[in-house]
Write a protein that binds this ligand. Structure first.
Ligand SMILES: *Cc1c(COP(=O)(O)O)cnc(C)c1O
Length: 382
């Protein structure tokens, strides 16, 4: 369905891949973009193996184009799902009763809650670790069936040493990396030993806060794992909508540009926030004194666009969030628009996360407008 890039994909840079992958063949009068295919079923044949699609729950050309794009950027083969959580559940579905799972303390809350439910039902042992502590991760991984890493972490923005973890676990324990915060542009976990990469495509890849989607990516050579995950998607039916897939691919085209601007904005804002008297602490690996700075500089191609700030307490953080006018008070992240929220407003958030912590998802607006709004909100605090 999709044409081969002009050069072998490995030789094209990510900015070029993001624009070129997942296009129809270049024939006269073909559209440049893979169309939205609304199809619950496809024309069949007596030989059920002749077509690769068969039925709407098994495949769709618009998902396929998006999968080609995400796969090319991560250096693997992608499967898309109806949401990041649906993708996460497909991974968890592969685990047998009695499994041992290593999970980050600061894990996406939906994933942590789902693991707890499955643990109670299926007798899983769950070992929670600080993913920034490589020795602790490796010790917990002894005899485990699955190690789940999220880095940078939510909402404390800590950085795991993925190359060290990947090298130590390769071929021994299945390693899943939730790469939502970093995107494939800042780190490619499959290249350093991860078996599965997960994306909440909803966030940076789609990038416009208008579509829910998820993806899993595995190595090209891991055909058996791919087939197992595909079988889960086929049977559970947590498939992406074709319009959503189209929107996400359209978003992917500009991911490198959006991330470049958002990261540059985040660096400036983090430095200014760190100098403001109302801010007790800024958590952003781009700051030289951040605990994750050296590791991120070594293992990632950039510091991302998520910042957390610690303010005095919940009331101060609530007043700050309410005083912003340009920044949107909203959960989620990775959109073109800057948003922020006090994380402990969620009942499920960890008690170790300070009450006054506000997570900022920096967007692509002009940095001076973003700063003016933050500064007036901070200066308005009692
Ligand atoms: C949002 C998010 C998810 C879940 O994705 P949904 O598309 O909302 O289901 C998983 N992991 C991380 C890190 C996320 O930010």
């Amino acid at each position: 369905m999709t044409s081969e890039p002009v050069q072998p994909a490995e030789r094209l840079r990510p900015e070029t891949l993001a624009v070129t992958v997942g296009r129809p063949a270049r024939v006269v009068d073909a559209p440049l973009n893979t169309p939205v295919t609304f199809a619950a079923t496809y024309v069949g044949d007596h030989d059920t193996t002749s077509g690769s699609l068969g039925y709407g729950r098994y495949g769709n050309p618009t998902w396929q184009a998006l999968e080609d794009g995400i796969g090319a950027l991560e250096g693997g083969r992608a499967l898309t799902f109806s949401s990041g959580m649906a993708a996460a559940h497909a991974v968890l579905d592969l685990l047998a009763p009695g499994s041992t799972v290593v999970l980050p303390y600061n894990c996406y809350l939906g994933v942590a809650a789902s693991v707890d439910v499955r643990a109670a039902k299926d007798g899983w042992t769950v070992r929670k670790v600080d993913v920034a502590d490589t020795d602790a991760v490796l010790a917990a991984a002894e005899g485990a069936d699955l190690v789940w890493v999220e880095s940078p972490t939510n909402p404390t923005i800590e950085v795991a040493d993925l190359p060290a973890i990947g090298a130590a676990l390769a071929g021994k324990v299945r390693l899943v990396v939730d790469n939502t915060f970093a995107t494939p542009l800042l780190q490619q976990p499959l290249a350093v030993g991860a078996d599965i990469v997960l994306h909440a495509v909803t966030k940076f890849i789609a990038g416009h806060s208008d579509a829910l989607l998820g993806a899993l990516v595995v190595r090209e050579s891991d055909t058996e794992l791919f087939a197992q995950l595909d079988a889960v998607r086929r049977s559970r039916g947590a498939t992406p909508g074709t319009m959503e897939a189209y929107l996400a691919l359209r978003g992917l085209r500009t991911l490198p540009l959006r991330l470049e601007r958002a990261q540059a904005n985040a660096q400036v804002l983090a430095e200014r926030l760190a100098a403001h008297p109302a801010v007790l602490r800024v958590r952003f690996p781009g700051l030289p004194d951040d605990p994750g700075h050296a590791r991120a500089a070594r293992t990632m191609a950039g510091f991302g666009s998520l910042i957390s700030v610690d303010l005095a307490d919940a009331a101060t953080a609530d007043a700050f969030v309410d005083a912003t006018r340009l920044w949107v008070f909203a959960t989620s992240l990775g959109g073109v628009e800057s948003s922020l929220e006090r994380r402990r407003r969620w009942a499920g958030e960890l008690p170790s996360v300070p009450e006054g912590l506000v997570r900022l998802s920096v967007g692509v607006e002009h940095v001076e407008d973003l700063w003016s709004d933050l500064a007036q909100a901070l200066n308005s605090l009692p």
